[in-house]
Design a protein around this ligand. Structure first.
Ligand SMILES: C[S@@+](CC[C@H](N)C(=O)[O-])C[C@H]1O[C@@H](n2cnc3c(N)ncnc32)[C@H](O)[C@@H]1O
Length: 418
């Protein structure tokens, strides 16, 4: 089903079924039709056929999707995520932070995996949690829920968010959907689907915002390790290997850990995502123009990408934001006023960061290397454009087109994260 996996420095597998730049280690995909069954009888009861007829049909579940869900049936991928304490502790802290908005409320956990976030929500006092996962890991999630005596609160639905039925609106959506470079895996689309299907107006989405960053980097050690090594091997000139070595090391994006010292400039914001308002269409193609100025003289080896997500609260109405309506009638009621909505200031939000200067996570950073470095001087300008687009072949893959100019050199690099 897939082309042979390209070389990858850490040799991990990932949920898209390939064996390249791995977000999360997993087994190779097996073919299976994801079921749309559930372990509870409480969900399909109120299913309205006329509404279903009016709603757009769910997107088809492709072979790529099946391979993706099968990869998440492997225990290793879940162990890796759960052992990432930066990730899991931040989610738990965020859920406990918003306890007052979760207690007594209905939650949907989009892609529950082993059920860990659903259990955190139950611990925060949720009245009911719909834990949805299309992967067979949902079977284990149900066992975990039973073993923790939470079956009265957590309803595990084994199926796609796009297909399962929940016959009530929900107050909260929680989901850990972020892939490498934030958008790889394209799982955010399923969170959008859940939001549009079930979230009450004014409901809470955790996380609420996401930001993708990029910056030019220098990484001489990595370059030497992959490329320069061939110049002299046991005293033999193996430079003839250089073109192949560069191609194998740098053709595809590479997931690896760098530090703040590798970064040559302040980062550029590629995309800001508001999970309350983003549409699936907006995610199909993302374009940005960048202009950096190197803060030092160094060989410029490529660009690094990382992201952060913020857990800020839902929109709130404050007295100072309640303004009289311009077109109000003489008997204006409060309901006739324009109410401005605000979220708490970003600095008050809890942040999960995958930046090079922050504690490492299993997402590491994603690097796009050039075949040959460009020597940049201090203050030298590096400018160009970036386009990220969902692959037509498999929307979970990401096409990356980078164009940049620096010191009179102009380069176009196209790669696919698969
Ligand atoms: C990154 S894992 C997170 C698992 C768990 N929430 C955690 O934090 O450990 C994402 C999970 O979402 C599931 N998933 C992705 N897209 C889905 C969809 N459209 N419907 C149902 N489950 C989905 C995958 O099978 C996978 O188990």
């Amino acid at each position: 089903m897939y082309s042979p996996p390209p070389h990858h420095p850490n040799g991990h597998h990932h949920p898209n079924g390939g064996a390249t730049t791995s977000r999360r280690s997993s087994s190779r995909a097996r073919s299976r039709v994801p079921p749309t069954s559930h372990y509870s009888t409480t969900t399909n009861g109120g299913y309205d056929q006329t509404e279903a007829a009016a709603a757009p049909p769910p997107p088809p579940c492709t072979d790529f999707d099946m391979a993706y869900f099968n990869a998440y049936a492997d225990v290793g991928i879940h162990a890796e995520m759960i052992k990432d304490r930066v990730r899991t502790d931040t989610y738990r802290n965020a859920i406990m932070h918003y306890r007052s908005l979760i207690a007594g409320k209905v939650v949907v956990d989009v892609g529950c995996g082993t059920g860990i976030l659903s259990i955190f929500c139950a611990q925060a006092g949720a009245k009911r949690v719909y834990a949805v996962d299309a992967s067979d890991i949902a079977v284990q999630a149900n066992e975990v829920v039973k073993a923790n005596k939470l079956s009265d609160t957590i309803i595990v639905l084994h199926g796609r968010v796009e297909d399962v039925e929940i016959d009530e609106e929900v107050d909260v959506i929680v989901s850990e959907w972020m892939g490498y470079m934030l958008l790889y895996e394209s799982m955010l689309g399923s969170v959008i689907t859940a939001r549009d299907r079930w979230l009450k107006p004014g409901g809470l989405i955790l996380p609420s915002n996401a930001t993708l960053f990029m910056a030019p980097v220098t990484h001489p050690d990595r370059y030497s390790h992959s490329v320069d090594f061939w110049r002299n091997v046991y005293g033999i000139d193996m430079s003839a290997m250089l073109p192949l070595a560069k191609q194998c090391a740098f053709e595809e994006p590479s997931v690896e850990t760098i530090t703040g010292e590798n970064v040559l400039t302040w980062p550029h914001v590629v995309k800001l995502i508001d999970c309350y308002t983003i549409s699936n269409q907006e995610l199909e193609t993302i374009s940005t123009k960048f202009k950096f100025q190197s803060i030092m003289r160094a060989p410029f080896h490529g660009f690094a990408f990382w992201f952060e997500v913020a857990f800020s609260g839902p929109e709130i109405l404050t007295d100072s934001d309640v303004l009289p309506s311009i077109s109000c009638s003489s008997n204006t009621q409060l309901s006739d006023t324009i109410q401005r909505k605000k979220r708490p200031h970003p600095s008050e939000a809890l942040i999960l960061s995958t930046a090079p200067e922050d504690p490492p996570t299993h997402w590491q950073q994603t690097l796009i290397y050039f075949y040959d470095p460009i020597d940049v001087e201090q203050d030298q300008v590096i400018e160009g454009s970036l386009t990220l687009s969902q692959s037509k072949e498999n929307p979970r893959f990401m096409n990356i087109r980078l164009e940049y100019v620096s010191g009179g050199r102009s380069v176009v690099k196209e790669s696919i994260m698969r």
